[in-house]
Design a protein around this ligand. Structure first.
Ligand code: HEC
Length: 113
């Protein structure tokens, strides 16, 4: 019995872990929002390091505002950063970590032979 409970519990954990960034994919992978590559590029240009990018993204997502936005003027005009959805802290932390790992420029360079 305990094994079954444990199994269900870990499945739920696994599922919720996966769904952190899938909540973002709804827009960011569907042309309703700039793709992660573009978002990451703007953050990297503004904040230079991975750690600072992570901090700034989390900061923005916890309380979205145009002032905190790292996107270009054109993108800010087209999409309003003030109206970005707010998620719970756990989702934000996990999703941002996933996006940064996925878009990591150093890793991309390493793939080039
Ligand atoms: C309902 C659609 C939608 C969902 C869901 C969504 N986003 Fe966004 N996101 C947008 C749009 C539109 C923009 C461009 C406007 C802006 O900059 O806020 C954006 C911009 C951003 C930016 C750049 C913000 C800036 O202006 O500097 C980040 C970072 C971001 N999203 C992360 C996330 C993460 C992480 C998630 C999931 C937890 C997520 N988004 C879910 C629509 C969405």
């Amino acid at each position: 019995m305990e094994k079954i409970v444990l199994l269900i519990f870990s499945a739920v954990l696994l599922f919720s872990d996966e769904s952190a960034v899938s909540k973002c994919n709804e827009c960011h992978a569907n042309f309703l929002a700039p793709p992660y590559k573009k978002v990451y590029k703007h953050y990297l240009l503004k904040y230079s390091s991975k750690a600072r990018v992570q901090k700034a993204m989390i900061d923005f997502l916890k309380a979205p505002s145009e002032k905190k936005s790292a996107m270009s003027k054109g993108l800010k005009k087209r999409f309003n950063p003030d109206e970005h959805l707010v998620f719970d802290t756990t989702t934000i932390d996990k999703a941002v970590r996933d996006i940064i790992e996925q878009e990591d420029i150093i890793k991309r360079f390493k793939k080039i032979p």
